[in-house]
Design a protein around this ligand. Structure first.
Ligand SMILES: [Zn+2]
Length: 62
């Protein structure tokens, strides 16, 4: 049983995201890639795909 829903960054798939402002819970900030926005992913499978894609894109930078 999973009561606690994890949230993931839509940009990099990290779960290292926090509310950017405690007073404004619709705005999220990702500590992994620096993303800020209202959109977060709650689907762990989707987050996994995003993480894979993000890693690939990152490895292209050189
Ligand atoms: Zn991120």
């Amino acid at each position: 049983m999973k009561e606690f829903k994890r949230k993931f960054c839509p940009n990099c798939g990290s779960d290292d995201i926090k509310w950017a402002l405690p007073q404004n819970w619709s705005l999220w900030e990702c500590y992994n890639c620096g993303y800020t926005g209202a959109v977060v992913i709650e689907d762990e499978e989707m987050a996994k795909e995003i993480r894979e894609k993000y890693k690939k894109e990152k490895s292209h930078d050189d």
